[in-house]
Design a binder for this molecule. Structure first.
Ligand code: RIB
Length: 298
């Protein structure tokens, strides 16, 4: 069983001919309001990968709360630990250009009230993998990681978006998923340099498995003596929003199912690549059966 502890948002998605520069206004015809948030996206990805998944987050008592949780609810993710907050439901403005690149602004709202105490120890005892990211308060992530570690739960941490991460928290993490730029930031390097050196440095310094996501180039992982470089299939990119979340959810699902790391990585890269071929975050997350379209090993 997987617990994803994190954010839920409503995404206001607009496809623009180009992303606005500072001070610029770019017009487009319309927009879609759809469920998003890194935590909720990762929970849906784990669920679509076939895992029994619980999402733990917070929403406001407002019109957006139902939309934010709608796909998680309809696809059978357990939402019983989700709480209501006095703040509004989180909301993201997601702008996507003609090349599929995006720029995202997030109003955190209720996500700031997500608390480790929403999960009791009985639930942690039944959990194989806990998934964390950076859109809820870091001290709540740290508290939950410490409790989960004591119960023998494997902890997957996606360092996104970039923010300060205490070393004591990283000491409780088993799998660190991070892109190359954020990996360099974490390692204290000004220049990302060579990806394997970076992954190896982080794995050694924090005693964890490092997985560096490389966009269209796939992913590189260092886990003790194990090294895996996984190439991504070539796809026609429409929108990269949520690709990292799809990767994280699929990776966690593979780990919870006891699959070898290399197979977990291949499926995560395959699923993230497929997610880039459609507009939107949650709507673009593939179901496990669709990975065969890319000949990803099952
Ligand atoms: O990773 C993509 C997500 O980031 C979007 O769904 C948006 O809500 C922001 O949290």
């Amino acid at each position: 069983m997987i617990i994803v502890f994190g954010s839920a948002n409503v995404d206001l998605v607009m496809a623009l001919p180009s992303l606005p520069a500072p001070g610029e206004t770019v017009l487009t015809e319309g927009y879609q309001a759809v469920p998003g948030g890194k935590g909720a996206n990762q929970a849906l990805a784990a669920c679509r990968a076939g895992s029994d998944t619980t999402f733990v987050g917070a929403v406001g008592e407002d019109a957006y709360s139902e939309l934010a949780l709608s796909l998680l609810s309809s696809e059978g993710v357990d939402l019983s630990p989700v709480k209501f907050s006095d703040r509004p439901t989180g909301c993201a403005v997601v702008m996507v250009d003609d090349d599929g690149e995006n720029a995202i602004g997030v109003a955190s709202g209720a996500n700031l009230d997500v608390q480790a105490g929403q999960i009791n120890d009985q639930l942690l005892q039944k959990t194989d993998v806990l998934v964390l990211q950076q859109e809820v308060p870091v001290e709540q992530n740290a508290e939950l990681a410490r409790r989960a570690r004591a119960q023998g739960v494997e902890i997957v941490f996606n360092l996104a978006p970039a923010a300060r991460v205490p070393d004591e928290f990283l000491a409780d993490v088993d799998y660190l998923i991070v892109n190359q730029v954020k990996a360099a930031f974490l390692a204290g390097e000004a220049d990302p340099g060579e990806v394997h050196t970076l992954a190896h440095t982080l794995a050694r310094d924090h005693n964890l498995t490092t997985i560096i996501t490389l966009g269209a180039e796939g992913a590189h992982a260092v886990s003790g003596d194990e090294i895996h470089s996984i190439s991504a299939p070539v796809v026609e990119v429409v929108d990269t929003t949520g690709a990292g979340d799809t990767f994280t959810g699929y990776l966690a699902a593979g780990l919870a199912a006891g699959k070898p790391l290399k197979q977990c990585l291949s499926q995560a890269v395959g699923a993230a690549s497929l997610a880039c071929t459609r507009l939107g975050a949650q709507s673009a997350i593939p179901k496990a059966g669709q990975l065969t379209e890319l000949s990803v090993p099952g």
